[in-house]
Each structure stands twice: as C-alpha cells, then as structure tokens.
Write a protein that binds this ligand. Sequence first.
Ligand code: ADP
Length: 538
Amino acid sequence: DPDAEHGPQSLLSAEEFRFQLDELAGPCRTLPNRRVHELFEGRVRMHPDAVAVVHGDRRLTYRELNARANRLARALLARGLRREGAVAVVTERNLDWVAAVIAVFKAGGVYVPIEPHLPADRVTAMLRRADCWLVLTELGSTSSLDHDLDTLSRVELIYIDAACGQPYAEDDLDVHVGQEQLAYIYFTSGSTGEPKGAMCEHAGMLNHLYAKIDDLGIAADQAVAQTAPQCVDDSLWQLLSALLVGGRTLLVEQEAILDIERFVDAIVRGRVAVLQITPSHLEVVLASLEHTPRRLPDLRFVSVTGEELRTDLARRWFAAQPGIGLVNAYGATETSDDTHHEVMTVPPAGDRVPLGRCVNNIRAYVVDEHLMPVPLGAPGAIVFSGVCVGRGYVNDPERTRSAFLADPHREGERLYRGGDYGRWSPEGKLEFLGRRDHQVKICGRRVEIGEIETVLSRVPGVRAGVVVVAGRAGLSDRLIAYYDGPEPVDADVVRGRLAEALPKHMVPAAFHWLRSLPLTADGTVDRRTLATRAAERA
Ligand code: ADP
C-alpha cells in the first residue's frame, strides 16, 4: 500500500515514488575530506612556480598567491577573527581579491563579498545584517564608504597591501576548519525591500567545485575564465576551480567584459578552456563571432547559467562553433550555486533546453504544496536536498523558515524551496517552467521586483510604484518603473532616490509618472497592461 509508505497525499505508486527519490538523484561521489584552501595548498606544494592567477599583465604563481593569502589570514587572526566570523571583502576583481578570498577560508572566517561601487547605505545594511566587523579592502575601494563605515561601531578596515607588507609569516596556517563550517554569505535581492544573505557551508561549496571540475573536465594545463561580478556566487567557482587542480584562473578585465571584441580577444589570448557567461552575454558574443569568425582553439566548454537558455541560441552556437561544448547550468545561491548540468548536444528546434541532471551528491524533487513528488512529467515546484542546501539567511529566521525546510523524504537533510517551477522529462532531466513570484534576472543578476517597488513607493510624492520587465530580443531585459501620485514627480528625482539605495542593475532604465496606475477588475495594479506598454516602447 503506497499510502502507508509515504502518506495520504501522494498520487504516485510506491515504485514511481522510489524511482523519483533514488534514480533521479545525482551520482554519489566521495569527496576528499579537506577544505578548499587545503586542496589549494596541496597544489602549491606540487608546483609552486606554476602560474595560478592572471589579471591583465599581472600574475601570481601558486607560491606567491599562497604566501599573500597566508599573511592576510594571519592579519585577520591578529585582529581577533574567530571561527565563522564574517569578513567583508571590498575590492575590485583583481589579484588582491583572490588572495583575500583564500585568506578568509584559511583563517576559518566567512567570506562576504561586497562590490565597492554599491550604495553606502546598502553596504552598511549588509555589514550589520551579517554581523560583520572586519573588512578586507584596498586603498581607493572604499572611499565612498569610509564615512558610513565610520558610523558603524567596531568596523575595522584592513588594507590588503599594508597587511601583506607586515612581517607576518608566509607558511601555511594550522587552523581547523570543519566541513560543516560556514564558508560564505552572498547577499541577494529580497522581495520585502532588504537584501537577504544566503549562507553556505564548506561541504556544499566543495561539492559544487568538484561538480564543475568533473563535468567541465577542468585540468592542470587549462585556464578558467573569471567573468562574474564578486556579488554573484558564480564568481567563486570561476575563481577557485582551476586552483584545486593546478590550472590557471584568468580574471577577465572589467573593460573587456563590456567590450565584446576585447572579450573574445581576452579569451583567445588567455588560452581559456572553460568559460561561463549568461545567455544574454552569449548572444552578444555569438553575434560577434558570426559577424567576424574567429578560431577559439583552446576553448573546450562554454557554460551558460542564471537565465533560461533558448533553443535557437543553443542551435546557433553549435552551428557556429561545432567543436566547443555547451553546458546549461542551473541552480541558486541558496543551493551553493549550480545543482544541475546539461552537457548539451544540438537541441531539436522547438524543444525546451533541459536544465539537465542533478550533479553529484544532490537531489531535486518536483513537488506539490505538501512537498510530495508529483507524477513524472507533471509540473510542480522544484525543491533541492542534500549537501548543496545552505544554512539559511543570516540573522533572518523568518525568511529562513519559509525557504529552508526539513526534507520529509530523507531524515536529517535540509530542503530548499525557491520559487522555480519545473517538470521531469521522460529521460529524467529537469525542465524549467518559470517562477511563481516576481523574481527576474537582469544581466544575470537576481532581482526581486518587490525590493525595487518598496524603495520606489518610499520616494516623497509617490503614492504607489510598479516595476515591469521589458524584454529586448537578444539583449538583457530592461526594468521600467511606473508610479503615480497627486502631482508629477520628476523622473530624475525618482531615479536619484533609487540610485542611492539600490545597486546599479536594480535601478530601472526608465521612469514614467501616471496620474493613477491602471487597475484590474479586482482592484490590484494591472501589471500586464503596464508590461505591454513597456514592451511597446522597448
Ligand atoms: P546563480 O547564482 O546560481 O545563477 P541565483 O541565486 O542568482 O543563482 O539565481 C537563481 C535563479 O536563477 C534560479 O532559481 C532560476 O530561477 C534562475 N536560473 C538559474 N540558472 C538557470 C538556468 N540555467 N535556466 C533557467 N533559469 C535559471
């Protein structure tokens, strides 16, 4: 009797229930019981003089990078960093950043990335929320923040260059870091108006790193491109994966990311083997390659992530670059980054590109509202279980409780329920069917529309505000804001208010005042009409 086995709500036979729970799980893979920095140190001992990381015309060997990280780790400990103490790293994407990340892990701290150009209020809110009082930074990076950092009691700035110049020892430290210890906190947009800090542990981070190393075949003679901004968790595996296998990390310069020809040039000249970008970025790269064909002799895999990969884009990629693999990677910050990889072949026109199979040691279920698996092929909520599932949102028990649950199907495991909908294909691959909320991706970054609307509605003179997405074929989507109020409020004033509170990618591209926002029959704002209007103008 299936009911006796798994409760009265399930529509599945016992056999299908088992199949979904066991056969669709990622393969078991035993990982080394070492932390990321220890595996890196192993590589330092094996080939100390190999190049570890390249940025423009600067580079560090494994030995040099390790020595720098060891000094910084000692500087952190000297300032009183404790086990699981949060350390903000406020730098550009450069060699100091790489050393700082490794240093935080070596010292047993928790890495909290903060981009230097974020609005000061947001930075202080993040530091407070994460109870973070040590800040690793470089001269110039915090100039806009210094004043606000001063107002936070206890915050201590450690300048990376100065700390590396101190006579701290360069040899490896002996700090015990457990695999269940917290590794990092990434802040993502929060629908209630404040960013939330997703906490992930060392075990989940390492599991994801090995999934990338295995599935993308990352090896000692290869370079992995580091392209993602520091505040996006993809930046972490791009930074660390090559360093675990004796390869090279190429930090693609920010100017090259914005200029497609320079970007392709950097990939070719840096002899990049593995590259990860968003589908919107791939679209632009591909258009450039279609226009001016170039050989990419070292590139073996392009992985796309963060947004839905459309079939026609994948097909165009294979037509233009038949020898270079394409991998659709899917996951969330709360699940230690990607949980699914689809190593693709040319997809049939009109089919959806699958999200693929679970990576090692991970499970996903497609469930109903009671967390019970729905029949194979039926739509449902995608939930995740296993080592990937993070610890929740920092100092935010309420939001943690609503997204992080106990896995009812596997004792002792945590389960993460985000807002994605999907279904299983007959081949046991996950397919993406969209979101149940107002979360969108802008340039690959996660944005809760509700967070922008909260800020918009606080602008003096604004009665209510709504933000909609205007899709642009082949380009990243744009955000458009509509607001009403008794008198017109100048768009520049509103824009200025939002720019003070939100990161750049969350500030809408256009602002329109309306005497009153259109309403639907049931009295809520008619988003559909506004979205259509925005699309017509896009
Ligand atoms: P990551 O940093 O791993 O991209 P985020 O936490 O920024 O993750 O965003 C996660 C969300 O992005 C997912 O819940 C999903 O809605 C969307 N997403 C990520 N990858 C894909 C993909 N390959 N296809 C479709 N949607 C995706």
